[in-house]
Design a protein around this ligand. Structure first.
Ligand SMILES: Cc1cc2nc3c(=O)[nH]c(=O)nc-3n(C[C@H](O)[C@H](O)[C@H](O)COP(=O)(O)OP(=O)(O)OC[C@H]3O[C@@H](n4cnc5c(N)ncnc54)[C@H](O)[C@@H]3O)c2cc1C
Length: 296
């Protein structure tokens, strides 16, 4: 087993056996064998170029779309501090670090009267996590705004991706799994409509339909083509279904909430039970949208 001493000496923070529960939107998660918060891009690249071969490297953002199993992640989890939270502006283009919260960018675009970012106000993740998943809602997604982004591979090689390279689709991009997104350039559009009014309307729709304030990672399953996942879950009789303290939300049945003491296994087992019940009820197999990491 690799020890802390075998890892390169870095300028940022590097710790061993760190619980991820407090970071997780589920309020429940296993640990990271190593947790690294690079001081800056140079520190990140240096670290990646000098780690022992075969060490698993996983970047995390706000943890608003991941479930880390109780056995934890046997590798190094990379999290991003202040250096990766910067935003620079150049006319209609924002250069944003991967750790910038989507809500912060949405607010800035609103102040600058640039449209297209309104949907991001309801997404509690970071730019890096949002790009990986092509996060979106209400008919828009982050890759619609993308000009290009910068990433670094787990070997420390810097890469650039133009929008067309990413083959972005519904909750999908071709960003390779071994690539950490570090910066992105996103373009807004001057618009005639009132951006604050649009944001308020979208947020009201969320408040009406989602269990905001609960310990949850948002939609658990992708919408299968031609269907709404929540509707299939409802029809399969799963609204309110529970395992331990994990429960299919009464308010939005494509959300699983942690009512207090749910373990990652309660949440995952409940998700699997929902998949089975929906399959039995209508023959459609739901696919996880939440990313599951680590061992049981
Ligand atoms: C109440 C609520 C509402 C939500 N509504 C929506 C919605 O409307 N639409 C939607 O799409 N999502 C929604 N989500 C889910 C989530 O907020 C988004 O998917 C978000 O983009 C995830 O970002 P994150 O920073 O939390 O990523 P994480 O959850 O930390 O990570 C998600 C994935 O991205 C990878 N990743 C993270 N950072 C990087 C990086 N820098 N480079 C490469 N890969 C990286 C991780 O390894 C993981 O595979 C919602 C969640 C909640 C809790």
């Amino acid at each position: 087993m690799i020890s802390l001493k075998e890892l390169p000496e870095v300028k940022g923070k590097l710790h061993e056996n760190v619980s991820l529960s407090k970071r997780s939107f589920f309020g429940s998660a296993g640990s990271a064998r190593f947790l690294f918060e690079p001081l800056n891009m140079d520190d990140l690249v240096f670290f990646l170029r000098n780690i022992p071969q075969g060490l698993n490297v996983i970047p995390l953002g706000a943890m608003s779309n991941v479930l880390v199993r109780s056995g934890g992640i046997d590798g190094v989890v990379i999290v991003f501090g202040e250096w990766f939270k910067k935003i620079y502006e150049n006319d209609e283009i924002f250069e944003v670090g991967c750790a910038v919260p989507c809500t912060k960018l949405s607010t800035l675009a609103m102040d600058r009267e640039l449209g297209g970012f309104e949907f991001m106000m309801g997404i509690p993740g970071t730019i890096g996590g949002a790009l990986k998943m092509n996060a979106g809602c209400f008919g828009s997604s982050i890759c619609d705004l993308l000009v290009e982004c910068e990433g670094v591979t787990s070997e420390g090689e810097i890469k650039w991706f133009k929008k067309k390279d990413l083959n972005a689709g519904y909750r999908h991009t071709d960003i390779p799994n071994d690539c950490i997104i570090t910066r992105a350039w996103l373009k807004g559009t001057p618009v005639k409509y009132s951006i604050p009014k649009k944001v308020n309307e979208l947020m009201a729709q969320r408040r009406d339909s989602q269990p905001l304030g609960a310990m949850t990672c948002g939609s658990v399953f992708k919408n299968p083509e031609g269907f709404k996942a929540w509707q299939l879950i409802e029809e399969a009789g799963c609204r309110g279904l529970k395992i331990g303290d994990a429960q299919v939300s009464e308010k939005h049945c494509n959300f699983i909430v942690n009512n207090g003491e749910a373990t990652p296994e309660d949440i995952e087992n409940l998700g699997e039970l929902v998949i089975q019940k929906v399959l039995d009820s209508c023959g459609v197999r739901l696919e996880w949208e939440i990313v599951r990491l680590g061992t049981k």
